[in-house]
Ligand binder design. Structure first.
Ligand code: NAD
Length: 356
């Protein structure tokens, strides 16, 4: 079996977890990350701290390349040099925020859509049998989830229990003819292209459409990284702006280690052109209000929030991922973290960093 894993966005939340995990299995990991997150979100968003930590922890098993995934020749050269040594590709580098995408649509599309095409083509030319994992997003469903018949409860919006998607929205929801945001549309382009390289070129590609992905490796920024930013605001006593839906909007949250164990399941038994909704599902979800309640209980600190009437464009009022397709293909995989466990871990991991 080839022993090299290529991870893009390797200093980011999911990329760094992937590096640690696969290096821990004895594989050599080649990381690609140019700290563009610092450009997107300013110094709070930079992932340099995480790269430094990664290098210390993983040591020789990790090789870093400061390549921009928009740099087609840079990627082709890298993959040409690695060749068939590559046994797995995990593509996480992205512009991850829909609010940010509207500021620079060219940059967003060049990174998310064209960058993904650059990766796919480099893999097709140099290591086409390597499983190719792409971190897509539930934003490919645009605002269609907002047409569900939601009921208002005390702290959250909720679906009726007898609704077909009460347990979570599955992959049969349409991604077409709805409002996506510029970010959602660039991710749709990438998502469909990853499927196409699977179907058309018979490559083992998989699209994981994430809900809220989170974990201690998150560089919390206001426009991206929901639970990490909630915890950071409470710990640093910063003001948090809640946008619309009375703060009762529901997200499911999956810990980066649970997501990466799903990647490993796919790596060990790859399939072609798969699409999976992937998040915390019914096991791990909360509303914004519930997240603050939990963060206050964990820290013993009051949350400072204010309310802005208008929701973010295209923001989901309720999203819980339906996991049954993935679970049917990989029955041994299980979620191990729920929202309280995720928040507690963030609190403990960041006590020295996030201080009032
Ligand atoms: N975090 C979430 O809640 C969430 C939810 C759904 C989907 N996703 C998707 O999962 C993937 C990973 O998310 P994450 O939270 O780990 O993101 P992240 O921002 O923490 O990490 C992405 C990394 O990619 C790097 N990067 C960005 N542009 C680059 C470029 N042009 N060239 C090289 N490197 C570049 C950044 O510097 C960063 O370190 C993304 O595709 C994102 O859209 C994330």
């Amino acid at each position: 079996m080839s022993s090299v894993v290529v991870v893009t966005g390797s200093a980011g939340l999911i990329g760094s977890e992937s590096v640690r995990h696969f290096a821990g299995l004895g594989m050599d990991v080649v990381g690609v990350d140019n700290d563009m997150r610092g450009y997107f979100f300013g110094k709070d968003g930079s992932t340099k701290w995480n790269l430094d930590r990664l290098r210390k922890e993983v040591g020789e098993r990790y090789t870093h390349h400061d390549v921009d995934i928009r740099d087609r020749d840079g990627l082709l050269n890298l993959f040409a040099a690695l060749g068939k040594e590559v046994g797995l590709v995990i593509h996480c580098a992205a512009q991850p925020s829909h609010d940010w995408a509207a500021r620079e649509p060219f940059t967003d599309f060049d990174v998310n859509a064209t960058g993904t095409l650059n990766m796919l083509e480099a893999v097709r030319r140099h290591c086409p049998t390597a499983p190719f994992i792409f971190t897509s997003t539930n934003k490919v469903y645009g605002d269609l989830p907002n047409s569900l018949p939601l009921i208002e409860q005390e702290t959250r919006w909720e679906l009726p229990e007898d609704h077909q998607w009460y347990g979570g929205i599955d992959e049969t929801m349409s991604i077409d003819q709805c409002l996506h945001s510029v970010f959602g549309a660039s991710k749709v382009a990438a998502d469909v292209m990853v499927q196409e390289y699977g179907r058309y070129f018979d490559m083992p590609t998989a699209v994981f459409r994430g809900g809220t992905l989170t974990g201690p490796g998150h560089s919390a920024a206001e426009l991206h990284g929901f639970l990490a930013y909630v915890m950071r605001c409470v710990m640093e006593q910063r003001q948090y702006h809640i946008y619309g839906y009375k703060g009762k909007q529901v997200r499911d949250a999956i810990h980066s280690s649970d997501l990466v164990s799903a990647f490993e399941a796919f790596y060990r038994a790859p399939r072609v052109a798969e699409v999976y909704n992937m998040g915390g599902g019914r096991y791990s979800n909360c509303s914004v209000l519930e997240a603050f309640q939990l963060a206050s209980e964990i820290t013993g600190l009051e949350a400072r929030t204010d309310y802005v009437e208008d929701n973010r464009i295209g923001d989901h009022q309720w999203w819980i991922s339906g996991l049954s397709r993935f679970q049917a293909h990989y029955p041994q995989w299980k979620l191990t973290y729920d929202v309280p466990a995720i928040l507690r871990e963030m609190y403990e991991a960041n006590q020295d960093v996030w201080k009032a």
